[in-house]
Design a protein around this ligand. Sequence first.
Ligand SMILES: C[S@@+](CC[C@H](N)C(=O)[O-])C[C@H]1O[C@@H](n2cnc3c(N)ncnc32)[C@H](O)[C@@H]1O
Length: 438
Amino acid sequence: MVRALEIDRVGHGGVCTARWPDGRVVFVRHTLPGERVGVRVTEERGRYLRADAVEVLRPAPQRVPPPCPHAGPGRCGGCDWQHVDLAAQRGLKAAVIRDQFAHLAGLALEPEVLAMPEAPGGLGWRTRVRFAVGEDGSVGFHRHRSAQIEPVTRCRIAHPLVEDLGVTRRHWPRTTAVEVAVGVASGDRVVIVHPRGGVAPGDVPPLDAPAAVLVVDQADRPTSRHRGRAVVRERAAGRDWEVSGGAFWQVHPGAADVLVRTVVAMLRPRPGECALDLYCGVGLFAAALAAAVGPAGLVLAIDGDRTAAADARVNLRDLTTVSVRTARVDGRLLGRLPAAPDVVVLDPPRTGAGREVVAALARLRPRAICYVSCEPSALARDTATLATFGYPLERLHAFDVFPMTAHVECVGLFARGSDVPDVRGAPSPRGGTKYSAD
Ligand SMILES: C[S@@+](CC[C@H](N)C(=O)[O-])C[C@H]1O[C@@H](n2cnc3c(N)ncnc32)[C@H](O)[C@@H]1O
């Protein structure tokens, strides 16, 4: 049954909200605030419903024809805002950030989400793509909140180097997923094949362009390599980088540069300072921190992924003041650091750093923390925690590094307030040992 609803405001996660006749909230996809749409319910819960807008009865002025033929109700779940003009997408993301910070951190912000100059049309930017593979070997993307796969012929947000491979034009027997990572400056391409219970090398089909192929097991450990070294060479922040297949790298071609610039400008690391790069990946921020703190300073970079940390050691081998540690970031680790940092970069996965890590960081009493986040709700939650430990939010910047989707990247600066509660529980190690650089 299709029911007409008035759409109220944007919600978190690519939806807008409306009211069901009985007063319950409805989270509606494929619509915009101010529209009147015909909706079909996709999920009914006690206190709320989910629905797709399947008819547009009164369009918003920001509505545009989706550039992707696979976007729309019940189809590809990868993009949320294909039907929205790009500038308006940024407005929606700014509203989501504002609402999350008001709701979870009690802060009144008016953020602006900045456009990326690279890929200005919001298409052809995604340098890392994970394709889902059906039991029949056909390739596509998961439908929204579904295990079902929408077969696709091409992905409009994928970088042309990904598209050129023709992954979607191949048959992938006994495979559950195919990941592609490409380097824009180098032209390197890596394809990671996730087998459905074990794939013989002969099962990896030839592709339309050269690519190294890595077959991994269910724990993502490589089981075989074909057609070259499974490493993507990147260029960012004035340096060359090697990123092994599976290790993290920012997916938008302009993201690494803009995030490094923003973090350094906000944190202003000083010569001789100690800096901590938590969740360092292959070392992106650690290199910039090392340049800023200079030969008298020190940088400790930590990531839990062995592959990423090994890459970081290779990427940062010329920087003698940086030491890289493979470890899970948690309260215990932070409580055992050899010295307290002056400045911290924190770039956790989508779930955020969480209370334990935030509290342990506050105990170290850095003068400033720069928090990079692709999930505004996690950042807002951790912002509230940081404030209770004496680190109020000073500034926030946001970047549209995921156009056409509801995702957005934020960078927040937290500076130690003058009224820091005594959360140390032990004397501060400030002035004690510095990090060893080995
Ligand atoms: C968003 S990425 C950031 C990487 C890097 N800062 C960059 O911009 O390229 C998050 C990183 O956190 C790492 N990670 C996830 N959970 C972790 C944990 N509990 N402890 C340590 N590292 C973790 C992942 O391996 C990944 O490299």
